[in-house]
Design a protein around this ligand. Structure first.
Ligand SMILES: *Cc1c(COP(=O)(O)O)cnc(C)c1O
Length: 422
């Protein structure tokens, strides 16, 4: 079981909403810090262990700064993500650049920052070589195990995924960069998303450690680091159980001792690049019920939409919903909690057992601190919610304002068009 909590009372929310009208995202700094410490402690048996927070999960420099102050690096896959890191003071080998279908200019920028470059394909060796005039070090490749490894619902089956190099390719790739003069190497994979089974990560480690041995045998290289990727899930549903990091670390350590140390391949640093578990459970989308309607089903219409939080509409993902002030009331009503988009998949909860909801009630959508605001969009010309940060001292800071009409028009020079003369 995972307890679902929300750090503010209904009264707190009334006060907050008077200043920052709903909808808004709220993040809990203490929760994020405590989790980061717990995670790093669990893996502390690995010398040089690092976590590179996947920036895409919550691309706000205030959040990145908090995580960096706990010792985390950052994982990026685009130029703006690299710049976000720079602004948050994260540069050099604290940045992992795990991108795909990457333009030349982004490799150039990543290289300038001293980021660790992780290539997604064998043909990108020459592409990178000509883009930056050499092979930056350390150089890393992303492995796609294909049918050797089972994927899951969000990321799909590895053999159907566009990412990474095949087994024969990856051996050839290290041989090739070695010929080009590379001496420092990393190995990476990312085969799951939102996975809750701790054994899955141990198996992934075994797969990578065995592969490192095979690559060593074939090419003579040893690895400086092995990056396990992201994919650690969070218990979105109250009946689910969070991944036991100690158990994963123990399993991985045993595999490391057997497959790396005992074979004389060590020391190899172990990295992760998770996003979801670091911010997901410590973020909430706070909305207000503005309508209720009763047709074939009972609907609660809130003032946010799928443009603020795409996961339920996109993946049919479950997000826990609570109504502050009504936690102890009987959950004897069944609602679809919906947003205002002209799309019927714009539903935050479907046929959900909840307390009676009245217009004006706050409706809180849980576990939205990762892949929440970040996946927002502007369809139906919806303006996305802002972001508030609950500090450790209990104060609240606005770390991104709500979008405005002017933001929507920022990319359209309408006046310019109408005054154009031939
Ligand atoms: C999305 C992604 C991550 C982070 O995934 P989470 O599920 O948020 O942990 C890490 N690495 C890569 C390459 C990704 O695409």
């Amino acid at each position: 079981m995972s307890e679902k909590h929300f750090p503010l009372t209904r009264n707190d929310l009334e006060g907050l909403a008077a200043r920052y009208p709903t909808p808004f995202y709220l993040y809990d700094e203490r929760g994020m810090r405590e989790h980061a410490r717990r995670f790093l402690k669990a893996f502390s048996a690995f010398e040089g262990f690092r976590e590179f927070y996947a920036v895409k999960a919550c691309p706000n420099p205030y959040i990145l700064k908090i995580l960096a102050s706990e010792g985390l690096g950052a994982d990026c896959s685009s130029l703006p993500e690299l710049i976000l890191c720079q602004k948050a003071g994260i540069t050099g080998d604290s940045v992992m650049f795990t991108s795909n279908e990457t333009p030349e200019s982004e490799y150039v920028y990543a290289n300038m920052m001293g980021a660790i470059i992780n290539l997604d394909d064998i043909t990108h060796i020459d592409f990178l070589n000509s883009a930056v005039g050499g092979i930056p070090e350390p150089i890393c490749f992303r492995y796609n195990p294909g049918p050797l490894k089972e994927g899951n619902a969000i990321i799909g089956k590895p053999e159907e995924a566009k990412y990474g190099l095949t087994r024969p390719q990856i051996i050839e790739a290290y041989r090739r960069v070695k010929e080009l003069g590379a001496t420092r190497f990393g190995l990476h994979t990312m085969v799951a998303s939102n996975e809750l089974n701790p054994e899955y990560f141990v198996e992934t480690a075994v797969m990578l450690f065995e592969l490192a041995g095979e690559i060593h045998d074939e090419t003579g290289i040893t690895f400086e680091f092995i990056n396990m990727g992201g994919g650690i899930g969070i218990p979105y549903r109250p009946e689910q159980i969070a991944v036991d990091y100690d158990r994963v670390a123990h399993g991985m350590k045993a595999a490391y001792d057997r497959l790396i140390t005992a074979r004389g391949l060590g020391p190899v640093k172990i990295f992760f690049e998770c996003g979801r578990p670091f911010t997901g459970p410590y973020g909430w989308l706070v909305t207000r019920a503005i309508h209720e309607k009763h047709i074939y089903r009972d609907y609660i219409g809130v003032d946010a939409s799928m443009a603020d939080l795409m996961r339920p509409g996109m993946y049919g993902a479950y997000h826990h919903v609570s109504v502050p002030g009504k936690d102890s009331e009987k959950h004897d009503h069944v609602y679809d909690v919906v947003g205002s988009l002209c799309e019927n998949c714009d539903k935050f909860a479907v046929q959900r057992q909840l307390p009676v909801i009245e217009r004006g009630d706050f409706v809180v959508i849980h576990d939205t601190g990762a892949h929440g605001r970040a996946m927002g969009f502007n369809y139906n010309a919806k303006l996305r919610a802002g972001e508030l940060l609950l500090r450790e001292d209990g104060t609240i800071t606005e770390i991104r304002r709500k979008e405005s009409i002017d933001d929507y028009f920022a990319t359209i020079d309408f006046k310019g068009l109408s005054s154009f003369k031939v």
